[in-house]
Design a binder for this molecule. Structure first.
Ligand code: PA5
Length: 425
């Protein structure tokens, strides 16, 4: 039977047979009660929301909101806006998360910078791409007649408490600052000013998102759900030892496409590690894959079903839609009979159920997650669920889920290149 976890009610169906080592809970508790596990505290940090509201009030008359940041400094707010904002509001939101000049030019093409507010987000305040974009945009602003003393009316910065060139630029131009807590890493930062301010500009109330995350955390603390989370971690760990090293996240919702991208970063950077906590080489990690139902049933599904048996799939069902479409047709064709008296949600459900059954019949490892709809509370629950599961997997693999030493080499080389190294040894 498929294991089912309802993230709205925190109920579980099915049976995990795994025996979770006693040490896991102790390790997890140690992490989340120390500085490194700051993400665990974020659902209760309501002060951030009022600070963001004050900043929003000051800048809300700008027509366009342009978010600039890399990795965890962008993917969280992008996924919230994509899932929750109305198309009309989304039109005024731009995310610059790459430095490709032609693409940047396209994004900015129709925007008057005089009617825009830029939100520069970088925890370190030093990321080369984010700083380059600050400088490029500063020059663009000046070329559109915005004087340096007016930058403060168009720029908000979100960065760590101290250090980093962004903090120097804040002082230089007297810019408004929102702070990222010192122990909150980029990919765990969506429930901070990183995610809250863009939500306000996109017409999304962040309070229920925080509440949803807090509900899930309360359920974890209550015990039962924590056992489920650890058992799921144990299952993934056991499967990994048997060569199931790829994790597919497959929501049946196009609105959650960006959520899968956020998950990809969280899972990749947190778990893809050369060394374990004892310093031994282990080269571990689970490769995350984004897939959308039903769309990718017509693309990746063939590979999932009959390709290498190295994948675990998180199916994610959204139980309710607020709109539906009748398929009644009054046509005499035999092949259209199954559509008579049906709605689009029936077909959607049939496709999901058909896929679940096929997975069971093929004996492919998977779990069925569900939420009762796409709304703020459920996004908060999903965020917290995957953040907590990532930390559980860090415990399982005995790696530090909060660092990313593997990305340093390319940063160092980029710096060398700018300092005259030609790329040849
Ligand atoms: O999760 C992480 O820590 C990274 O992906 C960072 O978010 C990314 O590298 C950007 O770093 P920063 O926020 O310091 O600019």
């Amino acid at each position: 039977m498929t294991i089912q976890l309802n993230l709205t009610s925190c109920a579980m169906k099915g049976d995990f047979t795994s025996n979770v080592p006693d040490t896991w809970e102790k390790e997890f508790n140690k992490i989340v009660s120390h500085d490194e596990g700051h993400f665990y505290k974020m659902p209760s940090e309501q002060d951030i929301l009022s600070e963001c509201k004050t900043v929003y009030e000051k800048f809300k008359n700008h027509k366009n909101f342009i978010h600039v940041g890399m990795g965890g400094s962008s993917l969280g707010p992008e996924m919230l806006v994509d899932a929750l904002a109305t198309p009309l509001k989304r039109k005024n939101m731009t995310f610059l998360s790459n430095i490709e000049p032609d693409w940047i030019a396209e994004q900015l093409k129709d925007l008057s910078l005089k009617e825009s507010v830029f939100y520069f987000v970088s925890k370190s305040g030093n990321t080369m791409e984010s700083i380059s974009l600050f400088l490029a945009i500063k020059n663009e602003m000046q070329s559109q007649g915005i004087k340096p003393e007016q930058f403060k009316d168009h720029i908000i910065v979100c960065t760590g408490p101290t250090g980093g060139v962004l903090n120097e630029l804040i002082t230089e131009y007297n810019l408004t600052k929102l702070e990222i807590p010192v122990h909150l890493g980029g990919r765990f930062s969506v429930l901070s000013a990183v995610g809250a301010l863009p939500c306000l500009f996109a017409g999304i109330d962040p309070t229920p998102i925080w509440q949803g995350a807090k509900d899930l955390r309360d359920n974890l603390e209550a015990g039962d759900f924590k056992n489920n989370l650890f058992s799921l971690g144990m299952l993934l760990d056991e499967l990994n030892n048997k060569g199931v090293t790829q994790t597919v996240l497959m929501p049946y919702s196009s609105k959650l496409k960006k959520f899968t991208e956020w998950f990809i970063q969280l899972w990749s950077e947190s778990l893809g590690k050369k060394k374990n906590l004892s310093g031994e080489d282990i080269f571990t990690g689970l490769t995350p894959i984004s897939s959308i139902g039903t769309t990718d049933q017509h693309s990746q599904m063939q590979l999932f079903m009959e390709g290498p048996r190295d994948k675990f799939v998180f199916f994610l069902e959204v139980e309710n839609q607020s709109k539906d479409y009748s398929l009644n047709h009054g046509l005499p064709f035999k092949s259209l009979e199954i559509y008579q008296n049906r709605k689009l949600t029936d077909i959607f459900k049939a496709e999901l159920e058909g896929t679940m059954k096929a997975f069971q019949d093929y004996g492919l490892p998977h779990v069925r997650l569900s939420i009762d709809g796409i709304n703020e509370q459920n996004l908060g629950r999903l965020i917290f669920f995957f953040e907590a599961l990532t930390v559980v997997m860090g415990v399982a693999f005995s790696v530090n889920p909060f660092d990313q030493p593997g990305v340093e080499a390319s940063k160092v080389n980029a710096n060398k290149w700018l300092n005259g190294w030609t790329g040849q040894d």
